[in-house]
Ligand binder design. Structure first.
Ligand code: DX5
Ligand code: ZN
Length: 227
């Protein structure tokens, strides 16, 4: 089934003891890609997974795997995550001193590329390098600071989604516009109405009833589109 709004479950909030089961449940209920946050305890004050999680999950799930690098010096690790068969690698723009170089390095590995932007960061780097916008597949507006699931939704998110839509049009680019952090059935309608089409959700998906949670999120997103 094709959904108008893509929902990518972020396994940071899954039960790590039953990760395969949780990831497959999210896939079966309309997840477009498994989102894996890689945290280094330096860029963010938390650790999550290493590169092996990608190859391990790859053996079980059928939808693409998106690796979100919430680490310093992502350039050093791009090839590892590409070789582990990530379908997309997302870097945080504030970790990349030479963003065009980084995006190019990801694409050269034959992998899709994405960029994440923190709540306190603007689009200056993207505006200064508009050619990047035609290269990337996903722009993620972070609605929380990276590091943890279950944080509150930042109010800067909605105007930034609108700005991202305008920037995409101005540059004739075609990337998905995503939101990561605090995406749930309450925040999804405003996110979707502002123009985002790719929702990354952790704690609102990995509940005791993953099927029901995915359905609730899909329904709230689709309803917002219908208005
Ligand atoms: C935050 C991560 C998110 C996180 C979202 O560092 O990038 O992917 O899993 O979690 P929720 O949906 O609970 O805010
Ligand atoms: Zn993430």
């Amino acid at each position: 089934m094709d959904y108008p709004i893509k929902i990518s479950p972020s396994i940071l909030s899954a039960d790590f003891g039953t990760l395969r089961h949780d990831a497959l449940a999210a896939e079966k209920n309309g997840g477009c890609a498994i989102h894996i946050d890689i945290m280094d305890g330096h860029y963010v004050h938390n650790f999550s997974f290493g590169v092996n999680i990608v190859s391990a999950l790859k053996r079980h799930v059928h939808i693409p795997i998106v690796t979100h690098l919430e680490i310093d010096n992502p350039d050093v690790f791009i090839s590892d995550f590409a070789r582990a068969e990530s379908n997309m690698v997302v870097v945080q723009e504030d970790t990349c001193p030479h963003l065009p170089y980084t995006i190019n390095a990801i694409k050269e590995m034959g992998v899709k590329a994405g960029i994440g932007i923190n709540p306190d960061r603007g689009f200056e780097k993207l505006e200064a390098n508009p050619e990047i916008l035609r290269e990337i597949d996903l722009l993620i507006i972070m609605a929380v600071y990276p590091g943890y699931g279950g944080q509150p939704f930042s109010p800067v998110t909605v105007p930034k989604i609108r700005r991202a839509c305008a920037m995409r049009e101005e540059t004739q680019a075609s990337f998905d516009i995503g939101v990561d952090g605090a995406v749930n059935s309450n925040t999804a309608p405003d996110i979707v109405r502002a123009g985002a089409n790719y929702l990354i959700a952790g704690s609102s998906v990995f509940t005791d009833d993953i099927a029901a949670s995915m359905k609730k999120l899909h329904t709230s997103a689709a309803a917002a589109l219908a208005i």
